[in-house]
Design a protein around this ligand. Structure first.
Ligand code: BTN
Length: 265
């Protein structure tokens, strides 16, 4: 079980994670945050669970949530920001995870927009959801799953997924320390994001970790898939992709997915 006392001590004095909801088991930490918000939870509340019985992924997929090995957590954010900028928070969360994993000595990269990969396999996925309240204000739930100490993966995700432990030759990682570090790094980046009113100040750091940069990618556009070279992101966090004719297109995360030509990245 996640050690709540240890985590609380590590996060004392922090805004993000200063209030914690620790569950042995929940359906998903994202709705756990929504339920908490309905009874008054505030900005920075974090829900963490040892096990999720209905873990959710992006695009309606499920998130396999093996108990006892990994991190499953969601942050409640109340940004003073136009709602159309809120999706960029998901990139900031990926950046925080990548920074924390690098501190552990593993070469983490980001697959746009918000998967964290090590050696081209996914170690972290992020599901960001936005909810409007009756008074017109909104809140954001950033749900993050990190494969930390899991060693065996279901066959259907095994080729594209890995864990920190697998990539570190069996080393077991301290989950509370990692979670606290991710939240701390996110808190700092969140401050920069708000101060700048966008992703501009984080862009260079994000691009330095971008596995797709200068890579040949396939854009799975509902209007028709196409291929090009990913150049980086713009200040709105959208991916810039050069078509073979030299024109550069802005690719919006909500509408398309981007894959490598030969595989997951
Ligand atoms: C994805 O890559 O598809 C996103 C996966 C997000 C998984 C996390 S685990 C914590 C939070 N609770 C959920 O049900 N999903 C997110």
């Amino acid at each position: 079980m996640i050690d709540e006392k240890k985590l609380t001590a590590l996060l004392t004095g922090h805004t993000i994670g200063g209030t914690l909801i620790c569950r042995e088991r929940t359906d998903s930490t994202n709705p756990e945050i929504c339920r908490a918000r309905k009874v008054g939870a505030g900005h920075g509340t974090v829900a963490v669970a040892e096990e999720q019985t209905a873990g959710k992924g992006r695009r309606g997929r499920s998130w396999s949530s093996e108990p006892g090995m990994n991190l499953y957590f969601s942050m409640l954010l109340l940004p003073e920001l136009a709602a159309d900028k809120a999706p960029m928070l998901t990139l900031a969360a990926a950046l925080a995870v990548a920074r924390a994993v690098r501190e552990l000595g593993l070469p983490a990269q980001i697959k746009w927009p918000n998967d964290v990969v090590v050696s081209a396999r996914k170690v972290c996925g992020i599901l960001t959801e936005l909810f409007f309240e009756p008074d017109g204000r909104y809140y954001v739930v950033v749900g993050t799953g990190i494969n930390v100490n899991q060693t065996v993966f279901p066959e259907e995700i095994g080729a594209a997924a890995t864990s920190l432990r697998r990539e570190a030759k069996g080393q077991i990682f301290d989950r509370e320390a990692l979670l606290a570090r991710v939240l701390c790094l996110f808190e700092a980046d969140y401050g920069r994001f708000l101060a700048d009113g966008g992703f501009g100040g984080l862009r260079a750091d994000y691009e330095a970790y971008l596995v797709n940069r200068n890579a040949h990618v396939r854009v799975e556009d509902p209007k028709g898939a196409w291929t090009g070279t990913a150049l980086g992101i713009d200040d709105g966090g959208e991916l810039l992709v050069r078509r073979p004719d030299g024109s550069v297109e802005t690719v919006y995360a909500g509408e398309v997915s981007v894959r490598g030509i030969y595989g997951y990245v």
